[in-house]
Design a binder for this molecule. Structure first.
Ligand code: ADP
Ligand code: ZN
Ligand code: ZN
Length: 790
């Protein structure tokens, strides 16, 4: 018997599988989806068995060395999915399978020592009856590293790679009475043993670890006598969840009913279908998710519910647990490795039918996925930024194609690309145009920061925002202040008129390099040397557009010294529970003002918030990315949704240097449709997605000159391939210094490929093993349809 194995060795050909013989003693354990250890060159590496065959044309095959798990970890559909991913994202098979598994199952290769044929020292032999690490060996026998290399040469010791799980399952010991035993089986004077006997008779089973020391001793004696049985039982570690009880039964609005029935019909007919639910914030999307999940599990299907980031999972989990109790597993990166592993196992063993989680939960090991819900589908966090650089929506599509299920994407501001797909029948569009409750969306007041400056106000607060904050605080209400930190501080902005420098052909913001000595379009390589004054108003007050949340907090504290301020951003949210803590504090009104980045834009529901301030909306607009207008719109809408959630009306004050920008203008009036119509025309005119597909190549290394040389090489090679295979409708842009040129002592260049022939390019790039074509020490990474081009 031959196993086809995808080996985990980064330098090897991307999609190549290798053949191995299956040793007789492993025959009954190895099947497709098993993880194995195989010899590879002079190493031993991890591999995934993809198939079992009767024979192979290759001679002199090696044997599989070992198997890692009792059960295969991947089923047939997951193997198919992995193969598809490797091709689609131009990466290795093993890399894709690794991405499907919880990190606790990932193995660490460690060097260990065992006895060699020439070892005659009995003590050493006994010691090495189980493999030992170098440190243990040195400690026990006082050997030096020279001794050890000598021993290895002489065949006394053998050095081997061993694979260990990082963290494993948690077990507890359960005590039970052996059937048929009576009091008479215990000696009369053993008081503690009698005591334990009584406990066990009443409680049937107790946890050994929870007993007091004296009873533990008694238990051990009884186990030895055979009166008590000690068994291991796995415990599933449960992550902490918030618990907010909700209003009881809700009857659906007529809009909701229609949406529910349409999707429900596809579920009933087990049809492969994709829907885009476009529903304004608070329109009752989540209520529909809950009912569709109910429907799906009533048909014995499994359900995956995805939220864009950890921050939003507690809220969604809470709502699902309220309805489905223990039928819900949770998976996201905020869990400990052990918790994640246990949740994963619960899913794998069919103990739950629903999982709520972030991106990677799309790989939840359900057997029969019938419904995948992706909430806030437009969010960038659904794109994985490391290999395999997959998009969650694409993975969901593929999984559902394999298991015949329904995809439901939901958003108040769907991505331009998703909306475009509804026009072409790829997704069916569903609408929830009104809020489910009587609350209106808050008014968004746009403040022009240029005129504030003209009127002598140099503070980061406009007069309006200041007044509104003050009023809210005076009324004992709460304030949320939002700052988009994804903006680059390398944008050059005129402080007087708001002018930013843009590329004439790409319409993207130029980024400054070399301390502003030249400005560059990182998309097409257009360059401009250092400007002295604003081309629009001639002012010489050009500035970098940068302020952080920390600085903002100080400013706010200065202006409102009596207020209690909480902050939420990546810097303050380092520990696992800090998010929940700040959330709870603000909910309990232990804070008056909450300052934050993207993190506070979504999902928050605090009824006492009456002022929401967007400090500088332009920070998002000036990101040199063709999606910057779209992203800004989405963010404004989401931030605005934080105001006026309760009975009191709320206001949103949006500060900007470019009030006339179509993204600001439409977002402040909640006109997403109008925005879409304008934006899609611009995309078409400038040939951006969805009218073209992009593949981005990043060339990274720590030697400045070499990176540049290699980047030129990448572009040349692509041009050659294009010519050789006569690929039509493609354009190769660059190489060009990346907008984030120098990061952690690495230099970064990029090449952009725009094409309408994606399939042909994917086939060719895979065939040429493209990322591995380049010299050592240079990283060429490929991003197929990147979510940002910076
Ligand atoms: P979304 O997910 O679209 O933002 P939610 O499902 O969270 O909206 O609903 C917003 C609020 O409206 C929630 O408090 C929810 O309980 C309530 N709600 C939803 N549907 C209804 C309904 N049919 N009748 C009354 N209240 C509803
Ligand atoms: Zn100007
Ligand atoms: Zn350009």
């Amino acid at each position: 018997m031959i196993a086809e194995v995808a080996v985990d060795c980064p330098m090897k050909k991307l999609n190549k599988v290798f053949h191995y013989l299956i040793p007789p003693h492993l025959k009954q354990f190895i099947s497709p989806g098993s993880r194995v250890i195989v010899p590879f060159g002079r190493q031993r590496v991890l591999g995934y068995v993809l198939d079992i065959k009767e024979h192979s044309d290759i001679t002199q095959l090696k044997y599989i060395h070992d198997i890692l798990d009792g059960q295969p970890l991947l089923d047939e559909n997951m193997i198919k999915l992995g193969k598809w991913m490797a091709h689609r994202y131009i990466t290795s098979l093993a890399c894709c399978f690794n991405a499907m598994l919880p990190s606790a199952l990932k193995t660490n290769a460690v060097e260990k020592y065992t006895v060699g044929d020439n070892c005659y020292d009995e003590k050493l032999k006994t010691f090495l009856s189980t493999p030992k690490a170098l440190g243990e060996l040195i400690k026990a026998f006082g050997l030096s590293s020279q001794d050890i290399s000598l021993y290895i040469k002489r065949g006394v010791l053998v050095k081997q790679k061993h694979y260990e799980h990082k963290s494993s399952q948690k077990y507890i010991d359960i005590l039970q009475l052996t059937k048929g035993v009576t009091k008479e089986d215990i000696s009369k004077r053993a008081y503690r043993q009698h005591q334990l006997f009584e406990v066990l008779k009443n409680q049937k089973e107790v946890v050994f670890q929870k007993l007091p020391v004296e009873l533990k001793r008694a238990a051990n004696s009884l186990v030895e006598k055979g009166v008590v049985l000690k068994k291991q039982k796995q415990v599933f570690r449960e992550p902490n969840n918030i618990n907010i009880q909700e209003k009881c039964v809700i009857s659906l609005t007529s809009y909701q009913k229609q949406v529910f029935e349409t999707v429900s019909e596809s579920l009933s007919n087990l049809k492969r279908d994709s829907f885009l639910l476009w529903g304004v914030t608070g329109s009752g999307k989540t209520e529909i998710y809950l009912r569709l999940a109910e429907k799906a599990i009533s048909q014995n299907n499994d359900v995956i519910v995805l939220v864009p980031e950890i921050a939003l999972t507690p809220l969604m989990v809470n709502r699902f647990k309220n309805k489905f109790n223990d039928n819900v597993a949770v998976l996201h990166s905020g869990l400990s490795q052990g918790e994640k592993l246990d949740q994963w196992q619960k899913i794998k063993e069919g103990k739950v039918k629903i999982v709520v989680g972030a991106r990677s939960a799309v790989f939840a090991p359900f057997k029969n996925v019938g419904l995948i819900i992706i909430d806030e589908e437009h969010e960038n966090t659904y794109k994985q930024e490391e290999n395999p650089k997959y998009h969650t929506i694409e993975i969901a599509q593929k999984r559902l194609e394999l298991s015949q299920g329904v995809l439901l994407l939901g958003s108040a501001t769907p991505s331009i690309e998703s909306l475009y797909r509804t026009e072409h029948g790829e997704y069916k569009l569903l609408n929830l145009p009104k809020r489910a409750t009587a609350n209106e969306m808050p008014l968004i007041d746009v403040v022009d920061m240029k005129s504030e400056l003209e009127n002598g106000n140099r503070s980061i607060f406009s007069k309006k925002l200041f007044k509104s904050i003050k009023k809210s605080l005076d009324n004992n209400e709460q304030v949320v202040l939002f700052l988009n930190r994804r903006g680059f501080s390398t944008t050059t902005l005129c402080r007087k008129c708001g002018f930013t420098f843009k590329c004439p052909s790409c319409d993207l913001t130029l980024t400054s390099h070399d301390n502003g000595n030249f400005l560059i379009c990182h998309y097409c390589h257009y360059q401009l040397s250092k400007p002295n004054s604003c081309p629009s108003c001639k002012s010489i007050h050009l500035s970098f557009n940068g302020i952080g949340t920390e600085k903002l907090q100080k400013e706010v504290q200065k202006v409102f010294p009596k207020s209690k301020i909480l902050r939420m951003d990546v810097d303050t949210m380092s520990s696992k529970d800090s998010y929940n803590k700040v959330y709870q504090q603000f909910a309990d009104k232990q804070g008056d003002i909450l300052i934050g980045t993207q993190m506070i834009a979504k999902g928050f529901d605090f009824p006492d918030v009456t002022t929401v301030g967007i400090i500088i909306a332009d920070m998002g607009l000036n990101i040199p990315d063709f999606r910057s207008a779209e992203k800004t719109f989405q963010l404004v809408t989401q931030v605005a949704g934080r105001a006026g959630r309760g009975d009191k009306a709320g206001v949103v004050i949006l500060q900007t240097y470019s009030p006339e920008h179509y993204s600001i203008e439409h977002s402040s009036k909640y006109q997403y449709k109008q925005f879409y119509l304008k934006e899609i025309k611009i995309r078409e005119a400038l040939n951006y997605p969805p009218f073209v597909k992009i593949i981005k190549f990043d060339i990274v290394a720590n030697q400045e000159e070499r990176v540049k040389k290699e980047a030129i090489e990448v572009a040349e090679m692509l041009k050659e391939l294009q010519k050789k295979h006569q690929i039509q409708k493609s354009e190769i842009l660059g190489p060009v210094m990346s907008a984030r040129y120098k990061l952690r002592n690495n230099y970064r260049w990029q090449v952009m490929l725009k094409t309408n022939n994606m399939k042909q390019w994917l086939d060719i790039l895979n065939k040429y093993n493209f990322p591995h074509k380049f010299s050592k020490g240079i990283r060429v990474s490929i991003d197929v349809e990147p979510t940002t081009t910076t």
